[in-house]
Design a protein around this ligand. Structure first.
Ligand code: ME8
Length: 519
């Protein structure tokens, strides 16, 4: 298949605010999106994966002022640490976009012009309770005056100040019915359903027009035709998904190929921006809507919210150093049903590493491969006729690809991995029942069949876990003698393991987690 014949698949993460360094929540989102992107590549799609940083807005400006540097410097510094985190996490992004990139400024101004040309942008005055932290205005009833004399946005606990300014507005109120109609026609537009339902109920209550420009500061994309205003950061930020495809050049090959995006992966705090504002902006601009907004939950440290003041914000690199990258990737995707909130703790991570990775997968691979090395001349043994027990476990492993694909299609990573590990559990039971180490003395041909069947199950598992654990699965495929390239993509899944092929020296892939020695 040549690349032009492949079906395109365009996936994005949220772009992070680089007003600080990345934390585990950011890592979680890029890891999940990366697993999805890798799955689609292995499944034959022409994938474009966009991630990056959201650099404008008052929050960036205020943080920079506090640090005595320019917002551009702050953005540069922290954007670099986000990019570094991506590299440390093995994220296979195709472009790291920054909203200060010149092509993005063009894109943001063009979507504005299109919305204006459609009659959806007008100039008026805005007065309201503004939260700098949330970059959002709140109505009086959504705020409360607390004992410290400061007024807060009730929902987000952030301080608000009374702000009045001339502002451009977007006629969001005109899109209520169109949005609801879209939600009816595309029931998978938002996921998971419970989080999408919250969005729908919000729209059903009615939408107010949205203030989309600011005059009190200038760290943003200038509004076309009125240099006194910069765009509200969310108009600018959401447009990054278009910039990534080559917009405003709608005739470009990449725009034609990749727009509309297939999946936007985002966290639960920004679902309204993505499932309400974004489709409304796109409808107004005469552009197609993305296929799906996948809303994940928040990760908490030992069940406690991460916050700088609690000192429990963990740098992703620290995690990787302690447990290893693939273990972390596996843990996050297996432990927390994507969409739900989740928690991580040392014990939970070590539990998964030792039980799932080391015992269930690592040991099975290592035990069968060492027997093959000693007893089969380091070659994939030739099986005899399969018994019912052989056939049952082979069939269960062969059935995994469509099951896993189905779960990935809905970003149900934990369910995909659960299905794989169920088969691994059965494979371990099969290996223990068949006792190939006894067969070695009593029935060598039968031993070879059992070893062949086990290697075949491990091969299929190794193929399927590549998107989640790229490095470990690659080493596992190495010891199974599967060369890089055609043998490692999903079209190889149904091709049976070839007997007689040489196997390299087996090496343990998933060591048990041992408490590091005190220094
Ligand atoms: O929201 N657990 O940027 P951001 C899981 N710039 N996910 C978390 C999390 C946690 N504890 N904390 C944050 C922004 N996230 C905007 C996005 S998109 C056009 C603009 C997620 O740096 C959060 O939900 O605050 C979001 O999806 C992403 O990390 C970036 O958050």
């Amino acid at each position: 298949m040549t690349s032009t014949e492949q079906t395109p698949f365009y996936i994005t993460t949220a772009i992070s605010y680089p007003n600080g360094v990345p934390h585990i929540g950011h890592a979680y989102e890029v890891i999940a999106t990366d697993a999805m992107a890798r799955f689609k590549r292995l499944d034959g799609f022409d994938v474009f994966f966009l991630t990056g940083t959201d650099e404008h807005g008052q929050k960036m400006l205020q943080t920079a002022q506090k640090q005595g540097i320019s917002p551009r410097e702050l953005a540069q510094r922290n954007s670099d640490s986000f990019q570094q985190m991506n590299d440390e996490l093995g994220i296979s992004y195709d472009r790291f976009i920054r909203t200060t990139d010149p092509d993005h400024i063009d894109a943001a101004q063009e979507i504005w012009r299109r919305m204006e040309a459609n009659g959806d942008v007008y100039l008026d005055k805005y007065a309201g309770w503004y939260s700098v932290r949330d970059e959002a205005y709140y109505s009086e009833e959504d705020t409360e005056l607390r004992e410290d004399g400061v007024r807060y946005a009730t929902e987000t606990d952030t301080p608000v100040t009374w702000t009045e300014e001339e502002s451009y507005f977007f006629r969001l109120s005109a899109y209520q019915d169109k949005l609801l109609e879209h939600y009816r026609n595309a029931p998978d537009f938002g996921a998971p359903r419970s989080r999408f339902n919250e969005v729908i109920r919000f729209v059903e209550r009615g939408l107010e027009d949205l203030s989309i420009s600011r005059t009190t500061f200038d760290w943003g994309v200038p509004v076309p035709g009125n240099a006194d205003h910069v765009m509200y950061v969310w108009v600018d930020a959401l447009t990054n998904y278009l910039t990534g495809t080559g917009f405003p050049d709608t005739t470009s090959a990449s725009f034609k190929k990749y727009w509309p995006a297939d999946v936007h992966v985002i966290g639960k705090d920004i679902s309204r921006f993505h499932a309400i504002y974004w489709p409304a902006f796109l409808m107004s601009a005469g552009l197609e809507l993305p296929g799906r907004v996948m809303i994940h939950g928040f990760l908490h440290n030992n069940g406690v919210k991460m916050s700088k003041s609690l000192g429990n914000v963990i740098a992703p690199a620290e995690f990787v150093d302690q447990y290893g990258l693939d273990s972390i990737r596996y843990f996050f995707l297996r432990e927390v049903p994507f969409g739900a909130d989740g928690s991580y703790s040392h014990d939970a991570i070590v539990g998964r590493m030792n039980a799932d990775l080391s015992n269930n997968l690592g040991n099975l691979a290592q035990r069968s491969l060492s027997m093959v090395k000693k007893n089969c001349d380091s070659q994939v043994p030739a099986p005899g006729e399969f018994t019912a027990a052989d056939q049952q476990i082979l069939d269960a492993a062969a059935a995994l690809l469509p099951i896993v694909r189905d779960h990935f299609e809905r970003q149900e990573f934990s369910r995909a991995l659960e299905a794989v590990w169920n088969v691994l559990g059965d494979a371990n039971a099969y290996f223990a029942d068949q006792q190939p180490w006894v067969l070695r003395k009593t029935d060598e041909p039968r031993m070879r069949t059992v070893l062949y069947v086990t290697l075949e199950v491990v091969r299929r598992v190794a193929l399927l876990v590549q998107p989640v654990m790229p490095d470990a699965s690659s080493r596992l495929l190495d010891v199974l003698g599967q060369a890089d390239g055609a043998a490692r993509v999903f079209t190889a899944f149904d091709e049976p393991l070839e007997s007689g092929s040489d196997l390299p020296e087996p090496a343990p892939i998933f060591p048990r987690y041992e408490v590091p020695a005190e220094v």
